[in-house]
Design a protein around this ligand. Structure first.
Ligand code: VG1
Ligand code: CO
Length: 541
């Protein structure tokens, strides 16, 4: 098989963001765009000769084509073995699992996560390292540097491989094995959660609805929930992955998972509701009549994890991203374990997990995970919830309310201002950054600013420093507002404002009422409406 070295010139915009390189589909369709980026990743792996590479994606538009291209470039770059999910599918947590289990040098995960797909939607390429986790900053920086000087890529010429048939085919020196995308992942879940207890729960008549949002978790949830655990057929809805996710945002939050919300808030709600995102790393949890915020979910899982066999020995520590509410910190304090605070993005949990400092971690953006893989894991979180419900015998809603009664409640919301002009979003951040020193002591909307700073992370394991990870304003009234710019958007800038307020006694007041002063203070201090021309956020979750 002949290897061709194709001359190329760099693209100026191949800088990975919070979670890989994410762009509109037409950008990835530009000639050489995918080839350049894949070759740049491989160029940062000098030890790739004979190594194993994992390849899979969330099934969105372009997924199959990019799998084929990646295989041809891998064959020309000396890899020995490629493990590809059948149909080109692997959820992000399953890719992490497969990389770890089979000793791969890393994996190429094709996804733009919760962003819409289709010819006009988004596509993305992520690189995960040998620990199964998203490439850390040092690696993404090296990949980016390489994309800026790349002058050639290596590729073999060969017809497309059959991605639907399980088994091994040679692509020149590269042995390509198409694997069942669910098997390794399902086996890992059996080690962590009590399948027998959950099976008994379903057998007793427990009803659930899992919305796979026409994305990659469909096959996983169907095999595990309806197959292994005996949930009623039809428990998993929107179970077939579609290249355009049926035209929806595969984003598991009350706004985009509105059908699930309507069902769970309705008169005939099942006992438990859940959803996952495009690539299967996010989760949404809904009790009958009650949406559980991801921040609360992390706190509750931390408090109850010992119910599951994988965590029966207790937790080493926990971590949350900085904008995630502090609910989990309260649980950690009671358990006598450390709670770490990291920048947004799963890559920052990797070192803490590898060093054994934490067992569970999570983000306000519907991400929860543990040391079982190095990605957040949507279905795992759902299974851990089911294990806890089975072990405690408590209805989901009662469990949440008992948690609040015990620890107090962190009222929480995120306001996203999407597709704001980049300059205007920058002006909000720069203006607020400049005013931070003068804010302490200021009274606004009935609150008093106690402290204001910009979050900077010093990694406790390798000492690396990451600057400018969000502006935070702490109020004396146990409230907080955090401002940051999204690193996953593909059009303009997305400004995220995270709002929270703690009440030691749960009140029956709606979240909006509890947060109203924090919202007003955040808007006043940032001057957001004037600078962006937006009176209201585009999405509130
Ligand atoms: C968002 C979330 C962040 C998450 C990231 C990737 O990033 O806020 O918590 O880790 O998406 O999630 P940003 O920079 O847009 O705020 V996923 O499910 O896209 O892999
Ligand atoms: Co995702």
């Amino acid at each position: 098989m002949t290897v061709t070295t194709v001359p190329t010139t760099p693209f100026p915009d191949q800088k990975p963001g919070t979670s890989g390189l994410r762009k509109k589909v037409p950008v990835f369709q530009e000639p050489r765009y995918v080839e350049n980026f894949i070759q740049a990743i491989f160029d940062t792996l000098p030890e790739r000769q004979g190594a194993t590479l994992v390849i899979g994606g969330d099934g969105r538009f372009l997924n199959r084509e990019v799998v084929q291209t990646t295989l041809r470039i891998a064959a020309a770059n000396g890899f020995g073995r490629a493990l590809v999910g059948q149909g080109g599918l692997l959820s992000t947590p399953a890719a992490s699992c497969v990389i770890r289990k089979h000793g791969a040098i890393g994996g190429i995960v094709l996804s733009a996560s919760h962003n819409p797909g289709g010819p006009d939607g988004d596509f993305g390429i992520k690189f995960n390292t040998a620990n199964g986790g998203p490439a850390p900053e040092s690696v993404t920086a090296a990949i980016h540097a390489r994309t800026r000087v790349i002058d050639a890529y290596r590729i073999v010429e060969a017809p497309d491989l059959d991605l639907d048939r399980i088994g091994t085919t040679q692509l020149g020196p590269l042995a390509v094995t198409v694997i069942d995308p669910v098997a390794d992942y399902a086996a890992l879940m059996r080690e962590l959660v009590d399948f027998d207890a959950i099976r008994r729960l379903f057998a007793s008549g427990f009803r659930m609805r899992f919305d796979a949002m026409s994305a990659v978790t469909g096959p996983y949830a169907t095999a595990i929930l309806e197959g292994a655990l005996g949930a009623a057929q039809g428990t998993v809805v929107n179970a077939v992955p579609k290249p355009d996710f049926g035209g929806h945002h595969p984003d598991p939050n009350p706004v985009h998972a509105h059908d699930l919300m309507a069902e769970m808030l309705g008169p005939d709600a099942p006992d438990f509701g859940a959803a996952s995102d495009g690539d299967g790393d996010r989760n949404m949890i809904v009790a009958p009549g009650l949406f559980v915020t991801p921040s609360d979910s992390l706190a509750i899982l931390t408090a109850q994890a010992r119910a599951a066999p994988g965590y029966a020995g207790g937790l080493a520590g926990v971590a949350r991203s900085m904008p995630t509410s502090r609910a989990v910190d309260r649980v950690a304090a009671r358990l006598g374990i450390r709670a770490y605070e990291t920048p947004t993005g799963w890559k920052f949990f990797g070192n803490l997990l590898d060093a054994g400092l934490i067992t569970l971690c999570g983000e306000e953006s519907a991400g929860t995970g543990s040391n079982h893989v190095r990605e957040k894991d949507g279905l795992w979180a759902v299974l851990l919830w089911l294990n806890i419900l089975a072990a405690t015998g408590e209805p989901a809603r009662a469990l949440v309310r008992a948690h609040w009664a015990d620890y107090g409640r962190d009222y929480y919301a995120r306001h996203d201002y999407e597709e704001v002009e980049t300059a205007a979003a920058g002006a909000v951040m720069e203006g607020l950054r400049a005013r931070l020193p003068e804010l302490p002591g200021r009274r606004v909307a009935g609150l008093t600013v106690a402290a204001a700073d910009e979050f900077r992370y010093v990694d406790p394991v390798d000492g690396s420093v990451t600057e400018q990870q969000g502006l935070r304003i702490l109020f004396a009234e146990d409230a907080r507002a955090v401002f940051r710019l999204s690193g996953t958007g593909t059009a303009g800038a997305t400004l995220r404002v995270y709002l929270e307020r703690y009440a030691a006694q749960e009140t029956d007041a709606p979240i909006e009422a509890m947060l109203a002063p924090v919202v007003e203070a955040a808007r006043a201090l940032s001057d957001i409406a004037r600078l962006t021309g937006r009176a209201e956020p585009s999405v509130v979750t």
